[in-house]
Design a protein around this ligand. Structure first.
Ligand code: FPP
Length: 252
């Protein structure tokens, strides 16, 4: 690895460059209050706003949030519809605000299955913020880690078929060029709220050397203190990236 690609991870001061969050627990949070699940998602949207502000204020380069998985279509239709409406409203309400704060918004996932209306809102919000240089905010929507790897394989297969790629030259670097988010800093930290200890088909390729942090806190209760706790835990981890020496951030 070239020295330029190495970065010392000083445990006392290290801020992850790229944080990814599995926002879980909205439904349970609402149930505890005797309310409908969608109420939990609405409160979850407020926690998204808090997390974005925190990331901006702490100089995190990229924040990737798992908003809707490829498997979430299996939820009751009224919950899916309500979530889609929530995304549309959030894009309407927040796009200008994100732009004002120099945030670049990107929706990552198979957006083909979304309504025309939602796709148009996504397109507008992404183009409005495309040139921004502050936080990159990725919202994973109709996203699955397996889908991501599969779509990369499809793209490379097309290149191999038309002769522009020799199958012998396919390596990790090339695969990476076709996987979402590989143009950003590697994911350093994955946070999952809601008490489950699993990845649930979120980023798979991208989290090869990420640190994992699980908290019982339900997503609507996620606030600056919880985020701070995750960063403190991250700062104490010794990262070796498969080697024997601690403290280098490896870019792939
Ligand atoms: C998981 O909780 C949450 C989701 C599948 C949806 C996440 C959506 C939001 C936070 C709303 C706003 C998002 C944006 C980007 C504006 P769950 O429903 O699985 O909770 P449970 O495990 O308690 O049932």
């Amino acid at each position: 690895m070239s020295p330029a690609k190495q970065q010392v991870n000083n445990p006392a001061t290290s801020i992850p460059r790229h944080v990814a969050i599995i926002m879980d627990g909205n439904g349970r949070w609402a149930k505890q209050l005797g309310k409908l699940r969608i109420f939990g998602h609405q409160e979850g949207a407020k926690a998204v706003r808090r997390a974005v502000s925190f990331a901006i204020n702490h100089g995190i380069e990229a924040l990737t949030l798992y908003a809707f998985s490829s498997e979430n279509w299996n939820r009751p239709p009224q919950e899916v519809t309500a979530l889609m409406e929530l995304f549309i409203r959030a894009l309407d309400k927040e796009a200008k605000n994100l732009h004002k704060h120099n945030v670049r918004l990107k929706i990552v996932g198979d957006t083909q299955r979304f309504s025309e209306r939602l796709r148009a809102k996504i397109q507008r919000a992404e183009s409005l913020t495309a040139a921004n240089t502050g936080l990159t905010l990725n919202i994973a929507a109709n996203y699955g880690g397996r889908w991501d790897i599969t779509q990369a394989c499809q793209q490379i297969a097309v290149l191999a078929k038309n002769g522009s790629v020799n199958p012998d030259d396919i390596d990790e670097k090339m695969v990476c060029q076709h996987i979402n988010l590989c143009d950003l800093a590697p994911v350093d930290l994955v946070i999952r709220t809601g008490g489950e200890h699993r990845i649930s088909n979120f980023l798979l390729w991208q989290i090869a050397y990420a640190e994992l942090y699980f908290t019982e806190v339900l997503w609507p209760d996620f606030d600056e203190l919880v985020f701070e706790g995750a960063l403190n835990a991250f700062a104490q981890r010794e990262r070796r990236f498969g080697g024997t020496e601690p403290a280098s951030i490896k870019e792939l």
